[in-house]
Write a protein that binds this ligand. Sequence first.
Ligand code: TRP
Length: 453
Amino acid sequence: MMVEGRKSIHGEWSSRWAFILAATGSAVGLGNIWKFPYITGENGGGAFVLVYLLCIAVIGIPVMMSEIMLGRRGRQSPINTMRTLAREEGRSGYWQLLGFVGVLTGFLILSFYSVIAGWALSYVVQAVSGLFEGVTAERSGEIFGELVSNPGVQLFWHTMFMGMTMFVVARGVREGLEKAVRLLMPALFILLLILVGYAMNSGGFAQGFHFLFDPDFSKITTEGVLTALGHAFFTLSLGMGAIMIYGSYLPENVSITRATFTVAIADTVVALLAGMAIFPIVFANSLEPGAGPGLIFQTLPVAFGAMPGGLIFGTLFFILLVFAAWSSAISIIEPVVAWLVESRGISRRRASMIAGTVTWALGIATILSFNLWSELKWMDKTIFDLLDYLTANIMLPLGGLLIALFAGWAMRSSNSRGELGLQQVSYRRWQLLIRYVTPIAIAIVFLNAIELI
Ligand code: TRP
């Protein structure tokens, strides 16, 4: 059964496409272009990519459908949505903890996400000033090194990026979020195609392709599988309520399944294109695939520095990367802002200010972890490494597990089926995945990671 007449106080998307664009804007971001290539490089390539694709298909897609469904049914911020739905289903009020953990996860993710987006901002300036022209791989590495070793410069760009994010979120669903993503997603896609075209002629294409798509299972570790699972959540923006809140603005008559597939496919294609653009350049220039978080910042300038029109393409690329990060950042902070508005009765502007300032302050720890605090380590991980690991590999899959359990088991079938609007056969298929496959797969990867099995 659908819930008739429940409306979000924050507004609604103007159409199905507006939702798909916004959700794609959320999904496609630094995760696809910055993170996917470097974790693929660190985890040995093809086998990791295959596990990642499998996680998207059997875990990411059913969880995304569930998140959108819960959001649309509850029509509030994740915390209040979970409270309302749990009550409606006669379940414990503790389910709203899912929303609270999501809010915390969002703060932590955005705190480092904004720092990396700040790197991209600073690369716009470097690209347009011609710094990359004819740059060697070695020089490009130095340029990146200068950036990360300088806390002041990073703080400046991190502040800029958080300011941009707060600005859009303060303006609300239609005015702010929708407009920002209309044009930029297609433009980014085209620029990636141009980069792949360049990479094809770079001399390293065969090797790059082989690295990405030829699975060598001896290279995959338990940790690698956990990273692939975590990244499936991260890249689809799942497990902390971002897609749930976007779902809460979704009009009643939109097919959740079709929207989910569109977003998941677009997201995957962008990640694979980014891989196909970057690894050929890595191999053509004898760079190290496992270079870590600096990978795209060290490799792409070499390509832009060598190609005709590189100044323009390079500048455009980093501008679009910033936009991709921007439309993702908005969705990371939106659940908190909506919750503050609902529960504290403050204005959207104030709520954005508060949430943004807290995130901004947290981000300083990430900045310092690349320089002054780089020796501050726990289990061989810096603060940035720990934040990334804790959020992507642990908190998001845990959130996803709870979402799966709620959607699959705590909710009455008649309710989930009505909201998803699926035919009997498709519904059974979704239910099989969300009840058994998704939770068991997440549990197995977790237990493996803590070396219990
Ligand atoms: N999916 C985005 C990316 O790949 C990041 C992101 C946006 C995100 N919203 C999220 C990650 C919510 C986790 C949870 O860049």
